[in-house]
Design a binder for this molecule. Structure first.
Ligand SMILES: [Zn+2]
Length: 91
């Protein structure tokens, strides 16, 4: 588990919700490109939220999966424009 510290409040974030769907959209429009399983964390003081814990590989991709069906399986989804590539990963 990652440990995340709120630099503003000087306290450790706490897990808010496991298994949120992180929906990576294409850079130029809002269509979902990939979906990752992730966790939502929250600062207990200022309530700032961060998404962490996503794996290197998406659980769904636009060219082979029914994105709306996968998105619908999550209690909560969070959108993010095209993620940067992780070093050494060719996904
Ligand atoms: Zn805070």
């Amino acid at each position: 588990m990652p440990r995340i510290i709120c630099a503003k409040c000087e306290v450790e974030f706490t897990p808010k919700l496991n298994e949120v769907g992180l929906v990576e959209t294409f850079r130029d429009d809002e269509r979902p490109a990939k979906i990752y399983d992730a966790d939502l964390w929250e600062c207990p003081v200022c309530h700032f939220e961060v998404v962490s814990g996503l794996g290197l590989h998406p659980i769904a991709e636009h060219y082979k999966d029914d994105m709306q069906k996968v998105i619908g399986q999550y209690e909560k989804t969070i959108r993010c424009r095209e993620l940067r590539k992780v070093s050494g990963y060719r996904g």
